[in-house]
Design a protein around this ligand. Structure first.
Ligand code: BEZ
Ligand code: FE
Length: 300
């Protein structure tokens, strides 16, 4: 294929259109950074081919600019509408997929999401990361290990989740911190903590991305999940979730983050059974076992 002309046009490209694309491409020819030059050339080729493919009207161009303007106005420290747009277009997960470690057996990655906070408190091994978040207690445990099966002690295991009403702490206006924390794996790579059973929830859909979902008859729901970020020297940082088996939204995640290997069974325990830390829970409690398998740093 001629690198300068993608062949996706459904109607003939006029000479003027082709000449314009050529002129814009040439304007980036002197870009000193070769990677930036490659990116800008490819962006212009695909963007122009896309506009020609759909025969973009001036009215549609205005609507698109209005959409991006609204996304910009809504974006601040707490709300990132552009990442949300990337998420619902599958671009975030495509980027994850293209950068996934090739080491077979490593736990798969998924989308980071907008609700991570880097000031979450440390909890001891076996501690409570729910810290007041509403929900049925869920005891999560497993081992952090390498693909070869070697335990990884002292890994930093960061966890965050929504409460049973589907809200992260940062979505409440009262400044609370709950449903998040980090801990270190033990000498045999073991980790465990108390949390709450994750619930499905909608991504923020009161902005332009929500309007796009509504206009395209798509839903905003994400299946119930718990976020992990695991770091250890010599290993690739793992950013992932575990998803609750049986969740009705597993097949229609608004951000395409579900991978079959990340779907876990939840064990349900009666109120009469004491929890692993000897507690009694009126509503019963749940448990999940999931190993976190890290890929070596060099094989990225
Ligand atoms: C989340 O799981 O927290 C999330 C991911 C992508 C978009 C919105 C929320
Ligand atoms: Fe989430």
């Amino acid at each position: 294929m001629n690198a300068r002309h993608l062949g996706v046009d459904s109607t003939p490209t006029t000479d003027r259109e082709a000449a314009l694309t050529e002129e814009v491409l040439s304007s980036f020819d002197a870009t000193p950074d070769p990677r930036l030059r490659e990116i800008m050339h490819s962006l212009v080729e695909h963007l122009h081919a896309f506009a020609r493919d759909i025969r973009l009207t001036e009215r549609e161009w205005e609507v698109a600019i209005g959409f991006l303007t609204r996304a910009g106005h809504l974006t601040d420290q707490r709300r990132q509408e552009f990442i949300l747009l990337s998420d619902v277009l599958g671009l975030s997960m495509l980027t994850v997929a293209m950068n996934e470690p090739r080491e077979p057996g490593a736990t798969e990655s998924t989308v980071f999401g907008p609700f991570f906070v880097d000031t979450a408190p440390r909890v001891p091994l076996g501690g409570d990361i729910a810290r007041g978040a509403a929900g049925i207690p869920c005891y999560v445990s497993g081992q952090v290990r390498s693909v070869a099966g070697a335990p990884i002690p002292d890994a930093r295991v960061e966890v965050w989740e929504a409460d049973e009403d589907g809200f992260y702490d940062v979505q409440y206006p009262d400044g609370r911190s709950a449903g998040r924390g980090w801990l270190r794996s033990g000498s045999d790579g073991e980790y465990r903590f108390r949390s709450v059973l994750p619930a499905p929830y909608p991504i923020p859909h009161d902005g332009p991305v929500g309007d796009l979902l509504a206009a395209t008859a798509r839903g905003p729901m994400r299946p119930a999940h718990l976020h992990f970020m695991v770091t250890a020297p010599g290993f690739r940082t793992l950013i992932t979730h575990i998803f609750v088996a049986g969740d009705p939204h597993l097949g229609s995640d608004a951000v395409f983050g579900v991978k079959p290997n990340l779907v876990v069974d939840v064990a349900h325990h009666a109120a009469a059974d004491p929890t692993p830390d000897g507690d009694r829970c009126e509503r019963g409690w749940t448990s999940i076992v999931f190993d976190l398998v890290l890929a070596a740093d060099e094989i990225s």
